[in-house]
Design a protein around this ligand. Structure first.
Ligand code: IPD
Ligand code: CA
Ligand code: CA
Length: 270
């Protein structure tokens, strides 16, 4: 059995290669005619999502044929391997379809149920975010750190909203309003993986979103933790793939203030 110690380079190179190949492909198809299908009323998927995912899976399977794979657009590939790859082949599909250049490819590797490595690639800006547990976070080859912003009122945060305007919709609108009033602004970029990387890089001071999936957050959450930030769920539980659907991630300094504000409204409304 391969352990993380003796396969880190191969894992990492495979992760980087897959993210960059898929990113290049997605970028080449940007602003070209594309067939759009609907997974829900406003939840889009294109043949570019599918093709990028096939590319990533085939690169991984060539090197690690027995690893488990959880990818957004395909049934989970299961085995008894301690490794699991978690893939969002195109995070920001709505932006991609509308010609908005904010989207990314996100790939993480779990070892024994903990995220061990993560890569997020923004092909429009050629920004490659990466982290290996215990080894820091990087943008291209430079180490990155979360911001030093000390309070919510001095912060710039980001969020996103689920496709279905379900039970959480009213709470989401109230939380957005509350954070907006108590900060320097809230952005809604449309790629949760990039939002998280922007927290890791100190561009945003915090991020939260409800109803996200493991593939949206696995890589970005590790980047924030490796960049010195804090990632929890809205109840203050440490980040895990199981609570990805209610993530609150910050530079650490604004964490209590932001989490408390969100939790109070979420608790009352949901
Ligand atoms: C979406 C993006 C968006 C977030 C949505 C996600 P997709 O992922 O990350 O920012 O607000 O909740 O579903 O569908 O483009 O992969
Ligand atoms: Ca996504
Ligand atoms: Ca996606």
């Amino acid at each position: 059995m391969i352990t993380p110690e003796n396969s880190t380079d191969t894992l990492f190179n495979t992760c980087l290669f897959a993210a960059q190949c898929a990113g290049k492909y997605v970028y080449n198809r940007f602003n070209q005619a594309v067939t759009v299908d609907y997974k829900g009323k406003t939840n889009l998927v294109t043949q570019v999502d599918h093709k990028a995912e096939e590319m990533i899976i085939s690169i991984i399977r060539d090197v690690f044929p027995d690893h488990r794979i959880l990818a957004e657009e395909s049934p989970e590939l299961v085995s008894d391997s301690p490794y699991r790859w978690i893939i969002d082949p195109l995070d920001g599909t709505t932006n991609f379809v509308h010609g908005v250049p904010i989207f990314s490819v996100s790939i993480a590797v779990e070892y024994q149920n903990e995220v061990y490595m993560g890569v997020v690639y923004d092909p429009c800006r050629q920004e490659l975010f990466s982290a290996i547990k215990g080894h820091g976070a990087y943008l291209n080859k430079e180490a990155i750190r979360v911001s030093a912003t000390p309070s919510l009122i001095k912060s710039l945060t980001a969020t996103g909203f689920p496709y279905e305007t379900d039970a959480i919709f009213d709470a989401n609108m109230k939380i957005f309003r509350a954070v907006y009033k108590k900060s320097q602004g809230v952005r809604r970029g449309g790629s949760a993986a990039l939002d998280l990387c922007y927290v890791a890089a100190g561009r945003f001071d915090g991020f939260w979103e409800f109803s996200l999936n493991p593939w949206d957050v696995a890589a970005g959450a590790l980047l924030i933790m490796e960049a010195g930030g804090k990632v929890e769920d809205v109840y203050g539980q440490p980040f895990s793939i199981q609570n990805a659907s209610r993530i609150v991630a910050t530079n650490g300094k604004i964490h209590c203030e932001l989490k408390q504000l969100i939790e109070n409204i979420y608790h009352k409304e949901k």
